[in-house]
Design a protein around this ligand. Sequence first.
Ligand code: URA
Ligand code: CA
Length: 439
Amino acid sequence: MALIDIIARKKRGLALYGPQIREFARAAADPDTPDYQLAALLMAIRINGMDPRETAELTLAMAQTGDMLRPEVGGVPVDKHSTGGVGDTTTLILAPLVAACGGKVVKMSGRGLGHTGGTVDKLESIPGFRTELSEKDFLRIARDVGCCVVGQSGELAPADKRLYALRDVTGTVDSIPLIASSIMSKKLAGGAQGIVLDVKMGSGALMKTKKDCLTLARAMVDIGRRAGRRMSALITGMDEPLGSHVGNALEVREAIDTLAGRVRGPLLEVSLALGAQMLLLAGLAKDEAGAGDLLTTALKEGRGLAKLAEMITAQGGDARVCADPSLLPQPRAKTPVPAPMDGYLSGMDTELAGRAAQVLGAGRLRKDDVIDPSAGYILFKRIGDAVKKGELLAMLHHGENAPAGQAGEMLLQAMRFSDAAPKIKPLIRARIAPDRKEK
Ligand code: URA
Ligand code: CA
């Protein structure tokens, strides 16, 4: 089957047949296929779309170009995927909490991408922590501890790896069927039977509107269900960083403080909501209220923090950070960011706020940049808070030669101020429950 015939069919806006879709996935994983043919087909898909059947078939075909894990972990293996945000360290809170409630969390995470943070980079700020494990060790830890978080191996959905790199340079990232199949091919290959999606909405997210978020969430839920997985999805706000800490070691610290019961707020709220969905999919609770009770009891009893320590030890890290977060990498310098005027913090360009952390060294500007695990900032105000001129808005953490002045300006530029208190939006904007109901 010639790729040119498949391109021609999609160019005319027609749906591709199953064998054509499988040929596309095979060709994407074949280094002998020229980039230009794949790029042409990606653009035809970007312009003419794919229906749910095509999207699901493409996803499964991409997953099957690599390893397909079948985790034997003594329970229903569950996973969570976020479409990416800033100050969003829910994984480090919910994975141990769900494990403390009897769940089996098998999680493959990514590194930071653009303005968004990545769980693998955060975990690597813990001294000794290993995110590259053999499949055998990954599954053993998930079974014995109840949660294990690793980086993604090169053998998962190689077709996606090639296509994603091409999309990045051909203006074809912003296609719902391509995003949905890209994300879900890796999730299906990872082997979780229950998958919770956190689709972020707002100024720091891939999708800015509720309509687009719901379309993406429905597409991913549909793919998972067609592949026989249990699915649920939440649409959650990303109009400002989710936690008050942005940066790798800083976010680990906030996760520890949250599990220790020292910090509450939006980060905990979203972590509990997603964790509850994971317990439901695993069959460990019969409704959301019951699942929420299990998680808050585990939190109160300190069992989430104990699980995090257990996971850190199992993955080679120094679990003493759980009792003493000052053992995490510390910055060489700190720079305060004072409020420029009286008023209310009324809005935020969260993507720009994420870029401010990135230029401090928390993320990579180029693919092979080395990150500074201690870099980032702590925010002292959330949207809706009153501020006084000169009052501390944020404290930047950075190395001696980092462009702190530039980062501080970016952060201020990212913030909007108003005279009147702004209206606060709820954090959870919509949900697609395991029983298929949308609320
Ligand atoms: N994340 C992915 O893995 N793929 C996409 O296409 C977008 C976000
Ligand atoms: Ca992520």
